[in-house]
Ligand binder design. Structure first.
Ligand code: 5GP
Ligand code: ZN
Length: 121
């Protein structure tokens, strides 16, 4: 878990506290904050503190931290009341430009609070 911060990376700056965000979770290897342009009543981004350009690079280099993203998402979903029997939430990891990844620091989207549709756009 030793990837160096990228001085030009927006999410490295948010993790370091150098750019403001509404933080909803902080742990040793992960940070989560509300998306600036929410696509659902709950739209949280869960990121590793360390810089990896996407989820694939994170999974290869630090699978334990990749797992921490899922556990953080589970905790946040419960805290947001999304885990009831009739509820639910979506986790999305856009990986690469064709998947609409626009910020190249690995992040998990946690979306909930409305009925989701499938297939995604
Ligand atoms: P991607 O398209 O890479 O999967 O998702 C990037 C997400 O980052 C988008 O949903 C976008 O709204 C969000 N985002 C971009 N810039 C900022 C920012 O400065 N602050 C926060 N909180 N979210 C951001
Ligand atoms: Zn970064």
């Amino acid at each position: 878990n030793s990837a160096p911060p990228d001085p030009d990376c927006l999410f490295c700056k948010i993790a370091a506290g150098d750019i403001d965000a509404t933080i909803v979770h902080e742990a040793e290897t992960t940070v989560a904050f509300r998306d600036l342009n929410p696509q659902a009543p709950t739209h949280v981004l869960v990121i590793p503190r360390s810089h990896y350009p996407n989820a694939a690079a994170l999974a290869e280099a630090d699978p334990a931290t990749a797992a921490h993203l899922f556990d953080a998402a589970r905790e946040i979903a419960a805290a947001e009341g999304l885990d009831g029997a009739d509820g639910g939430y979506r986790m999305v990891l856009n990986t690469g430009p064709a998947a609409h990844q626009t910020v190249f620091h690995a992040h998990l989207h946690l979306l909930g609070g409305r009925q989701m549709t499938w297939p995604p756009g």
